[in-house]
Design a protein. Structure first.
Lengths: 115, 110
């Protein structure tokens, strides 16, 4: 079974540009989460989808971040316009809605550098 | 006060020894507790989950949970150099977001 995949693995953009990150969860996983790790800090929650609906977006830093999950499969996270403080590693995780163990499985992450 | 606290380390242990990693959390309603292992530049890999007080063993790993003390630990027996990584403690409140600690870096030397 394929794990969580993310694209791209690395992205270097200039301040003010737009970047779109993609996450493909494990097949059949209805829960999809976005997290971010800024250098030197802990991994922090951004938002949670259940199928195509946003369950919790309390961790989104501001309205420059837009997440979508049309059709309840893959998700995209767009940053527009990017700022220097957006640099970090963006992780996606998924879990099975039907399971009660709440285990989340992480993708390899996208390392975003804003210059 | 951070919601999940871990000593950043590094924790250095010789090969074959027991490595003991500790984590405390502040929210008493936390229900599920997880240990992830992260090699440099890689994704967090789930290695243990625990939900009730006591010990849970899986191979060389034992997770311990004490909800009264709000304390979770991970023991790694017969530590190997390949166990050298950052170990992340995470908690959640039922099908909810994970709250992570900053991680403890473990170094196992031959």
């Amino acid at each position: 079974e394929a794990g969580v995949t993310q694209f791209p693995s690395h992205s270097v953009i200039e301040k003010g540009q737009t970047v779109t990150l993609r996450c493909d969860p494990i097949s059949g996983h209805d829960n999809l989460y976005w997290y971010r790790r800024v250098m030197g800090k802990e991994i922090k929650f951004l938002l949670h989808f259940v199928k195509e609906s946003k369950q919790d977006e309390s961790g989104m830093p501001n309205n420059r971040f837009l997440a979508e999950r049309t059709g309840g499969t893959y998700s995209t996270l767009k940053v527009q316009p990017a700022e220097l403080e957006d640099s970090g590693v963006y992780f996606c995780a998924s879990s099975d809605l039907g399971q009660t163990n709440y285990e989340q499985y992480f993708g390899p992450g996208t390392r975003l550098t804003v210059t | 006060q951070k919601e999940v606290e871990q000593n950043s380390g590094p924790l250095s242990v010789p090969e074959g020894a027991i490595a003991s990693l500790n984590c405390t959390y502040s929210d008493r309603v936390s229900q599920s507790f997880f240990w992830y292992r992260q090699y440099s530049g890689k994704s967090p890999e789930l290695i243990m989950s625990i939900y009730s007080n006591g010990d849970k063993e899986d191979g060389r790993f034992t997770a311990q949970l004490n909800k009264a003390s709000q304390y979770v630990s991970l023991l790694i027996r017969d530590s190997q150099p390949s166990d050298s990584a950052t170990y992340l403690c995470a908690v959640n409140k039922i099908a909810d977001k994970l709250i992570f600690g900053t991680g403890t870096r473990l170094q196992v030397f031959p």
